[in-house]
Design a protein around this ligand. Structure first.
Ligand code: ADP
Ligand code: MG
Length: 705
């Protein structure tokens, strides 16, 4: 059979229906998919040595004969050992396999195999544990650098490497070349076929390096082209043109003067919305920097020009909070407000729908319910998404359908994104930064404390509650068994490896911890609990009670991270703080210090690693979210920094955004040049590139924030 890139994996030899299903679980449907499924690491199996020369502890290949039949022994329930004696012409060794009973029948006495693994011990008692092996006669993987792929149940690395090898041999040359020849030449990149071969089965480290460099470049290049195309499309679309209005007139509505940074960003919004092309702007500002005012300004501008504005918050509670704070500011200026959340029901809900459709509401505040089909606008001109990282093409399209044109879009985020990353993530967005806090804020005092200070910390909680304040206590997980934090952000290992065992496992779990605190530590206080596995209705109920002062100590997971404003909360305690990213801790800390009271953040950690503690101390030294983010990025890389899905970035197959900044710049430059000569990638020679860009869009409908 001749293999093509489009050949289904089910037609490959050795792949039956069960394996086909397992492969599909990894997203592998065709030969082409297999070829773009990249290894996660490699095993250097080039070196074959004699048993007597085997270096201790370094993986090598040993060609040896099975000298005696394998012996299987059951040590205890769930643990079996299979021992095999092997020999070559220089010596012998014992090979042990744990829990791999099939070995007994897989290894035949008297036959030669190549074993790959580390040899331990010396002459008299050489041994290997769980080596990989294959028949020496028909060995495919010995003598090369072998790819190691991410696997799933039912798909072994031998299977995947074997299939890929076949596909590479048959089809690598068919790999479409999406990079134009001048781009290859100017950036010193190898061709697509060569990269495909070398990324799977490299002849040398150098060949692998070249392949990776090309593939990373290609990925970033495609991404940049895609973002540029989106931007062009947007700039050519028609948006609502708002009339300009003096900022002072808006400022007169507020009880405080605007900060310089707020004013600057508002001017940018005013210019964008007056231009006639749809705005797509991200407003980044640290927690408490006053982003809501920018939204209010946008709504005010829209209303003055006869357009409607929709403000979307991630939770009902936040939507209500915005509604309550914006109504008194904007109503006197003649802006008619409406609230639309899941709790607005029946005739009230129908009333809001009708008013929106008739144009009798200028600013509607709500949750994502605003995007639902039932909602029709008379004249939507501006959509604002608050604390929302994912407001992608699909949502914009939904809004455009409602508005009959592309509305202006403003996205507000407190996640400080280092410039290097913002370049990609927000390639289709213009970015404004509010880099100044309103005056008169007292910084949150931040302390890093060890387990030995736990009782003092409880005493401090009690004292503040006694003064009438409220406290948050945040834990990384919901239940004891759950090792990883909930929600979208993994707790991620600290810089010193996997999370350390918690000093007391119970302290990492919100549910038992809340019980413990209520029963043992604060029996006289009102302890509440909120976590991400609760129904959103229940969650909001608890948050509401906390906001109303009916709870003194709120135990929670990171669900409280986003935007909630409870000015009376003056203490944030984070348990197992070493498990969180610095930026995430900074966000958590932003939940306090919102009122007139001096506020505190206590980071409790049981870690004994000096570096871990030092890392946490960054927070007690600075309140600058950007500095903290840069620090985080340096220490942890972007994956951890954002949590896997939060950032809305496409799943890059191979590029590492923090590590590949130089290459990113090159790719961006090359993409810009190419697009200057062929803005829509319409030329036939750019067909493969355009197809690749389209595929990236199709696979990641939400990525272009
Ligand atoms: P965030 O950027 O975190 O969304 P908010 O918009 O919620 O911040 O603002 C935080 C608090 O600061 C609010 O209580 C708001 O009324 C207040 N605030 C906003 N702008 C100013 C300002 N220029 N001067 C004083 N207080 C302000
Ligand atoms: Mg906010």
């Amino acid at each position: 059979m001749t293999l093509r890139l489009s050949t289904g994996v089910g037609e490959l030899p050795g792949v039956g229906p069960a394996r086909k299903r397992s492969l599909e679980k990894l997203g592998l449907r065709t030969v082409g998919d297999l070829l773009s499924y990249y290894p996660r690491s490699y095993e250097d199996r080039r070196r074959t040595v004699k048993l007597c020369q085997a270096p201790e502890g370094i993986p090598v290949c040993i060609r040896a004969m099975v000298a005696q039949p394998p012996r299987l022994s059951r040590i205890r329930k769930g643990l079996t050992l299979t021992k095999v004696r092997i020999a070559d012409d220089t010596g012998a060794a014992t090979v042990t396999f744990f829990n791999q009973d099939y070995i007994r029948d897989a290894l035949r006495t008297g036959e030669d195999y190549v074993f790959y693994g580390a040899v331990e011990g010396s002459a008299g008692s050489r041994s290997m544990t769980n080596p990989a092996f294959e028949r020496a006669e028909c060995s495919r993987f010995t003598g090369r650098i072998l790819p190691v792929y991410p696997l799933t149940k039912g798909v072994s690395n031998n299977l995947l490497a074997g299939l890929t090898l076949r596909c590479v041999e048959a089809c690598a040359d068919e790999t479409p070349e999406s990079l134009p020849p001048e781009v290859l030449r100017d950036n010193g990149l190898c061709g697509a076929a060569c990269a495909c071969r070398s990324v799977h089965f490299p002849e040398s480290e150098t060949a692998l390096e070249q392949a990776r460099r090309r593939l990373i470049f290609e990925e970033l290049f495609t991404l940049t082209c895609g973002l540029a195309l989106l931007r062009t499309r947007r700039e050519q679309a028609a948006g609502a043109a708002f009339r300009r209005a003096p900022l002072a007139e808006f400022e007169a509505l507020l009880p405080f003067p605007l900060t310089g940074a707020q004013r600057r960003v508002m001017e940018e919004v005013a210019a964008d919305t007056a231009s006639g092309a749809p705005m797509n702007r991200l407003v980044q500002g640290d927690v408490g920097s006053g982003k809501t005012m920018v939204a209010a300004f946008g709504a005010w501008l829209a209303a003055r020009s006869g357009f409607q504005c929709a403000l979307m918050a991630p939770t009902e509670l936040l939507a209500e909070q915005h509604f309550r704070s914006l109504e008194p500011l904007l109503a006197p200026a003649g802006v008619r407000l409406g609230l639309l959340t899941g709790s607005v029901k029946g005739t009230a809900r129908k009333g809001v729908y009708a008013a929106l459709e008739r144009g009798e509401i200028d600013l509607v505040v709500g949750t994502h319910a605003l995007l639902s089909e039932a909602v029709a606008f008379a004249n939507l001109g501006l959509a604002v998404a608050d604390e929302q990282h994912r407001f992608g093409v699909a949502q914009r399209a939904a809004l455009a359908a409602k508005a009959g044109r592309t509305p202006h879009v403003l996205v507000m985020s407190a996640t400080p994104i280092p410039r290097t990353l913002a370049l990609i993530i927000y390639g289709d967005l213009d970015v404004s930064v509010i880099d100044q806090l309103p005056p008169g804020r007292t910084p949150v005092e931040t302390y890093v404390v060890g387990e030995d200070k736990r009782q003092r910390m409880y005493g401090f909680v009690r004292r503040l509650v006694g003064e009438g304040r409220q406290a948050y206590l945040v834990c990384p997980a919901v239940e004891e068994t759950q090792e990883r934090a909930e929600d979208t952000r993994p707790p991620a290992a600290g810089p010193d490896g996997p999370p350390e065992a918690a000093p007391s496992a119970a302290l990492t779990a919100a549910v038992p911890y809340a019980q413990y605190l209520q029963n043992e530590v604060f029996p006289d206080l009102r302890v509440g609990l909120v976590h991400g596995r609760m129904k959103s209705r229940d969650k909001e109920g608890v948050m509401r009670a906390f906001a109303a002062g009916e709870i003194d100590v709120l135990v929670s997971t990171t669900v409280i991270e986003v935007g909630v404003d409870v000015p009376n909360a003056a203490l944030m305690v984070v348990e197992n703080a070493e498990r969180f990213g610095l930026s995430q801790l900074h966000q958590l800390r932003g939940r306090v210090g919102r009122g007139k009271h001096q506020s505190y953040c206590v980071l409790v950690t049981g870690t004994q690693h000096p570096e871990s503690r030092e890392r946490l101390r960054v927070l007690s030294k600075t309140a600058d979210g950007f500095k903290i983010a840069e620090e985080d990025l340096k220490l942890r890389g972007p994956g951890d920094f954002f949590g896997q899905r939060q950032h809305g970035l496409p799943q890059l197959g191979i590029a590492d955004l923090a590590g590949d900044v130089r290459l990113l710049k090159q790719a961006q430059q090359a993409a810009e040049e190419l697009l200057r000569s062929d803005p829509g990638l319409q030329r036939p020679e750019h067909g493969a590139l355009l197809a690749r860009v389209r595929r990236l869009f199709a696979e990641n409908p939400d990525m272009f924030n």
